[in-house]
Design a protein around this ligand. Structure first.
Ligand code: PMP
Ligand code: GLN
Length: 380
């Protein structure tokens, strides 16, 4: 009864969304978009729902979606992956689990950057991996090169790299990525690249796929998410892109996790990747304006807002508000008493963590952002 999953808590996203619902709070906690869903894609799903297919597709994904993902990689990032190097999964969450279960042998060391997305560590541990955590620090979250180099050793099997990052919105730049590539090469390690926010970079920043750096294709597993690309996070369609040798063990894990993903959703996403490029390319601009709108409101309420270069999220320091308590207490308090939900940033750390930052999601309507910041201004 004391297994890893018997003793871990409920995810912070579920916890805070439940609390937000109970208190009718504006939910800027869990990262899901509002008012950004492409209507054409939802209409297309209705068509696919009528026409099918509805039975198990190949465990690797439908041919049309594998083809569309390969074309998407080539078009946006210049990756030369073929459709047979793509495997469709039930969201990036399943993709990450399949990668970690497929690639880690018990005792392998796994380098991770902290703060980190909440599903990484439990799965690394359950797979028998030994986490080596390297912290990036606010406000600019630069890669600490010495510490990263020191985290690699003879037992390093892989690094899990998320860019743009959740929760801090860091977009790793070309120099940082080149440094990572050098370490992977030197230690004969591989990278799982969580690139679910690949299209959401701001202020002229450009997302860089590690796989496109010299020598990195064979060392890289890229993870993507249609839920993020099309602002439909409940659809849970994701994928893995990797050369055959890396993809094979990941596919073996996937066949025992979910095996397949609803084919009507796959066909719809394939259509969207081919037909909705304007939507995909326009989303970052829309979100950049929402980021600025939320940041301005939080500053008016007395927060110190950290810069964010990508993703759905910004982090804000509430130290100047005179609140007495840690970030979990703060986030519960503003949800219950001010009617605005946020996520405590310490949830993205293991052990001792900074306790004066809250993460706010800005992938919301202007109205939701204005209501939330209005409430906070009045409250503090
Ligand atoms: N990785 C990161 C960094 C995320 O933020 C998320 C979504 N919250 C995921 C993976 C999971 O994506 P999906 O919904 O496609 O499973
Ligand atoms: N990725 C989303 C976030 O960071 C939530 C995903 C989830 O609820 N598990 O808020």
């Amino acid at each position: 009864a004391n297994s890893l999953f018997a003793t871990c808590g409920t995810t912070i996203f579920e916890t805070m969304s439940r609390l937000a619902n109970t208190h009718d709070a504006v939910n800027l906690g869990q990262g899901f978009p509002e008012g950004l869903e492409p209507a054409a894609l939802v209409d297309h799903l209705a068509q696919c729902a009528r026409s099918g297919p509805h039975q198990y597709p190949s465990m690797m994904g439908t041919p049309s979606l594998r083809q569309a993902v390969a074309a998407h990689e080539a078009h946006y990032w210049g990756t030369d992956a073929r459709p047979d190097e793509v495997m469709v999964t039930s969201g990036a969450t399943e993709a990450l689990a399949a990668c970690l279960f497929g690639l880690i042998e018990p005792g392998d060391e796994v380098v991770l950057i902290e703060p980190l997305y909440d599903s990484y560590l439990p799965i690394v541990r359950r797979a028998g991996g030994v986490p080596k955590l390297v912290r990036i620090e606010p406000p600019h979250w630069e890669l600490p090169r010495e510490a990263l180099a020191a985290a690699f050793g003879p037992r390093t099997r892989l690094m899990l790299l998320n860019t743009p990052t959740n929760p801090c919105g860091k977009v790793f730049d070309a120099d940082e990525m080149a440094f990572v590539a050098q370490l992977l090469e030197r230690h004969d390690a591989i990278a799982i690249c969580d690139e679910v926010y690949e299209h959401l970079t701001f202020d002229g920043r450009r997302h860089l796929s590690l796989a496109t750096l010299p020598g990195m294709r064979g060392r890289t597993v890229k993870v993507g998410s249609a839920g993020k690309i099309f602002s439909l996070t409940g659809w849970k369609v994701g994928w893995v892109v990797a050369e055959a040798e890396l993809l094979a063990p990941i596919a073996k894990a996937h066949q025992y996790l979910t095996f397949t993903t609803a084919p009507a959703l796959q066909e719809t996403v394939a259509w969207g990747l081919g037909h909705l490029r304007d939507y995909v390319e326009g989303l970052a601009g829309v979100l950049e304006r929402r980021r600025d709108r939320l940041a301005a409101g939080l500053v008016r309420a007395g927060f110190d807002v950290l810069p964010t270069g990508g993703s759905y999220f910004l982090t804000a320091d509430f130290g100047g508000l005179g609140f007495n308590g840690d970030d979990m207490t703060f986030c519960r308090h503003i949800t219950q008493a001010a009617g605005v939900a946020a996520i405590p940033v310490s949830a993205f750390y293991q052990g001792a963590a900074p306790s004066h930052f809250a993460r706010f999601c800005f992938a919301k309507t202007d109205d939701a952002i204005d209501r939330a910041t209005g409430r906070l201004e009045k409250f503090f």
